[in-house]
Design a protein around this ligand. Structure first.
Ligand code: ZN
Length: 484
């Protein structure tokens, strides 16, 4: 197909006005001077800006029916509520949650997603539900499993003199699976889905986080990713509690240092959040080529802290952007995430993140997490994942500096057509492959059904114990001294 007469932003800083973008076999085949074109395979690009589709490098689709949950709570109490109040998910539930994420993203020009999926209970059908949704939606979809098999945060609570926190801080999966089974379930999903749909679908290895995973799970998943030629994702040092839990469990060492000692840290492993990094952690991530995924909305919403994004970029680290799940951000809007990824990093006396960098993070940066060469640009040979944005729109009609206007002005409302792998999946603002009404109805039904799991009286003492743990940690001036 040919997008004719379009203004093409190949990558930040590389704008070609009025060209024909030729797409063949799912890739950018050529960028040619505009010529008169007619035919079914011609999409009129006049008045539109073609830009690389955005890459949402971290989310959790099962949170779609749990939006707005626990406003004001920090991550740990919020997580206890999320785990306690969401209830079980069938394969069908996972399907509609993932389709809802895909729909919200595609309509605004996000063409790739990395969905970090926890299943409750664990059934292989849950993975299949997610992957069927991404197959049907037409998005470039990756899924990393969120398995937990050990809880260092409960150990931290006991160490701080708070009893009864137990399993409330760990992403719960009932019944729990043994570590080898978690790895086997993941490999089975890789067998059936990784590389399907012409390479559009990805199954990654994954774990919930260092503080919630055994060494066997972390190493086993990294080995699996490398053996099967895929990538891996996990949460890393999102909160002060997680940092302290890691240091308690690993003799004062940081989570990043532990990942490196285990041989996990590398360019094929993406680490969501990385809020609580020391200088040496940043240097180590840069040296090993590790990938960081910044989730500014969720970090702000859950009061986790502010990731050192400017320092990471200055050190040469590959940084992507994620929305995080819809119960912590509370949408799947990469334009908003991208805007926060620059605006939150502009203090008066510090290095800062400019708009071209934010746009780069939300495209090529996040593509590193999926491990797809060329993804995130529209250079010849790159995957044909294109967002076509109206130039006559609130976001762009008055644009003086294009990259700045895309990041600071555009909201996604100007996105008219979306192409993934050379196929038009959104045309004139409507998805071509599924019904939006069905998606909204399914999520509304799940929301209603899950309300039955809310238990304010039962939850109150749990939240009180978790807050007591956070208060005890804060009293130690933010850094746990092991053995003190
Ligand atoms: Zn997350």
């Amino acid at each position: 197909m040919i997008v004719a007469g379009v203004d093409l932003l190949v990558a930040p800083g590389d704008l070609r006005l009025g060209v024909d973008l030729v797409l063949e076999e799912g890739r950018v085949a050529a960028i040619e001077p505009a010529a008169p074109r007619v035919g079914d395979d011609v999409l009129d690009g006049r008045g539109l800006l073609a830009m690389p589709g955005l890459v949402n490098a971290h989310t959790h689709s099962p949170e779609n029916p749990m939006r707005g949950l626990g406003d004001g709570l920090a991550l740990e109490p919020w997580l206890a509520r999320l785990m306690g109040e969401s209830g079980p998910y069938s394969a069908e539930d996972h399907y509609w949650c993932a389709l809802a994420s895909a729909a919200e993203m595609l309509l605004c020009g996000t063409t790739s997603v990395l969905d970090h999926v926890g299943m409750t209970p664990i059934r292989d059908g849950g993975f299949d539900g997610v992957m069927r949704a991404y197959r049907d939606a037409g998005i470039r979809g990756g899924m990393a499993p969120l398995f937990s098999d050990r809880d260092a945060t409960a150990d931290l609570a006991r160490h701080l003199g708070v009893e009864g926190v137990g399993a409330t801080l760990i992403p719960q999966q009932v019944p729990a699976v043994e570590t080898p089974e978690a790895i086997a379930l993941t490999e089975d999903a890789i067998d059936r889905w990784h590389g399907a749909e012409g390479g559009r679908l990805h199954v990654l290895a994954g774990a919930s986080g260092i503080q919630w995973a055994s060494e066997d799970l972390l190493v086993g998943m990294a080995d699996l990713a490398r053996r099967r030629g895929t990538t891996m994702q996990l949460h890393v040092l999102e909160t002060r509690v997680q940092d302290a839990a890691c240091r308690l469990r690993f003799g004062g060492r940081s989570g990043v240092a532990v990942l490196d000692e285990l041989g996990v840290l590398g360019p094929d492993v993406s680490m969501a959040h990385c809020v609580w990094l020391e200088d040496e952690d940043i240097a180590l991530i840069a040296e090993r080529g590790g990938v960081v995924v910044h989730n500014p909305a969720a970090n702000a919403r859950l009061r986790s802290g502010r990731a050192r994004v400017a320092d990471l970029l200055a050190a040469g680290v590959a940084v992507g952007v994620g929305t995080d799940g819809a119960a912590s951000s509370d949408d799947q809007q990469m334009w908003f995430a991208m805007r926060l990824a620059t605006l939150l990093h502009r203090g008066p006396d510090e290095d800062w993140v400019d708009c071209p960098s934010a746009l780069g993070m939300a495209t090529v940066g996040g593509a590193n997490a999926l491990g797809v060469p060329g993804l995130g640009t529209l250079e010849v040979g790159a995957p044909a994942d294109v967002a076509l944005v109206e130039r006559a729109s609130f976001g762009l009609a008055g644009a003086r500096e294009l990259e700045a206007s895309l990041v600071l002005s555009e909201t996604g409302a100007g996105v008219r057509h979306v192409i993934v792998g050379g196929e038009v999946v959104v045309r004139d603002r409507r998805p071509t492959r599924f019904s939006l009404d069905d998606v909204h109805a399914a999520i509304a039904e799940q929301r209603e059904r899950r309300l039955a799991f809310a238990d304010p009286d039962g939850m109150a003492p749990v939240l009180a114990r978790i807050e007591a743990m956070r208060a005890a940690l804060a009293e130690r001036e933010g850094r746990l001294v092991v053995g003190s």
